[in-house]
Design a protein around this ligand. Sequence first.
Ligand code: GRF
Length: 193
Amino acid sequence: MVKLIGHKKVKTAVFISGAGSNLKSLIKFSKTKKSPISVSLIISNNPKAKGLKHGKRNKIKSRVFNFRKKYKIENQILAVLKDCDIKMICLAGFMKILSSNFITKFKGRILNIHPSLLPRYKGLNTHKRALDNNEKYSGCTVHFVNSKLDSGKIILQKKVKILKNETKNSLAKKILAIEHELYPKAILKVFNL
Ligand code: GRF
């Protein structure tokens, strides 16, 4: 559980690589009274990430880092996080794997959203793999990040039924819609709210 100190919202950085629809929903949530977090910084490894537009629109500081030299870059990111007084990180469609050195520095304060019912289908291509295995259900999971990929403690999950004619695109769309509700709920849970 992350503790709230006084009534101040916890400054949070959202890490993205692409469309940023979860970022959008987190920004919307963070502006509500009940939110314990404020999205104060956006980090992207991809200068072309469409999600960066949500930062601009909402006047949230964004920084893009080229991950080719990961360790050096992670140290630069840690410095920016410190500068911006960031106390929590939400990974939202962030396609890079953070080192255990980085994760240790934010132990218990990095969350991720993953489009499957973990521990099933860690990693990529979750929807195709669920369909290939004739699963009846899939869904999404918000979990704490530890040094093993998609393996940290589960905070919340939500199931969806896989229909007969489901395609990986229709499943992705359906799951993304519930992700937008699940991430804010998981944050409330982390703060015991
Ligand atoms: C989501 O399905 C998320 O679970 C996965 O990547 C996708 C990101 O979508 N990790 P968006 O960038 O938030 O729209």
